[in-house]
Design a protein around this ligand. Structure first.
Ligand SMILES: Nc1ncnc2c1ncn2[C@@H]1O[C@H](COP(=O)(O)OP(=O)(O)OP(=O)(O)O)[C@@H](O)[C@H]1O
Length: 132
């Protein structure tokens, strides 16, 4: 099932401010080069993180690449097209502790989706419980 890309998200790429554009280019360049990377977007609330994420998701999905959008809270997940909570997408136990593991089998469709994805986005990652 494909995810509908809102028309305004295509245009978001053209409206990125300097900082957003810097992050966008760094992430897209890494993906284009086939490299791996972990990027942490650390800015105050209301400064355009979601705007950047939506531009990234639209850019990759418009090229038929898989970009997975997750967030710690359901509210943040819901404002990204195709967004799911990280707990749901990565099958993280809700009452997890230091020894708990994701309940995802390697053969599952969910695991295959993650393997094929070019971008795994986790909004509000630091808000996840200590055990995660
Ligand atoms: N480059 C931009 N051009 C136009 N509008 C923008 C731009 N960046 C952000 N905005 C707008 O500014 C507002 C705040 O941006 P956004 O919701 O992306 O911030 P946020 O960092 O995700 O906020 P929060 O931390 O509260 O989730 C939104 O209305 C968004 O559409």
């Amino acid at each position: 099932m494909s995810i509908q890309i809102p028309p305004e998200d295509y245009k978001a790429e053209l409206k990125l401010n300097l900082e957003q554009h810097k992050a966008f280019s760094m992430i897209i360049n890494t993906i284009q080069k086939g490299k791996s990377g972990i990027f942490f977007i650390d800015v105050p609330g209301g400064t355009g993180k979601t705007f950047l994420y939506r531009a990234l998701l639209a850019h990759l999905r418009s090229k038929k690449l898989i970009a997975v959008a997750t967030a710690t809270s359901g509210v943040a997940a819901a404002i990204m097209p195709g967004g799911r909570t990280a707990y749901s997408r990565f099958k993280i136990p809700i009452d997890g502790n230091e020894s708990s593991e994701c309940t995802m089998s390697k053969q599952s469709g969910a695991a295959e989706l993650l393997r094929r994805s070019k971008l795994l986005l986790w909004d509000e990652a630091p808000m996840a419980n200590d055990g995660h």
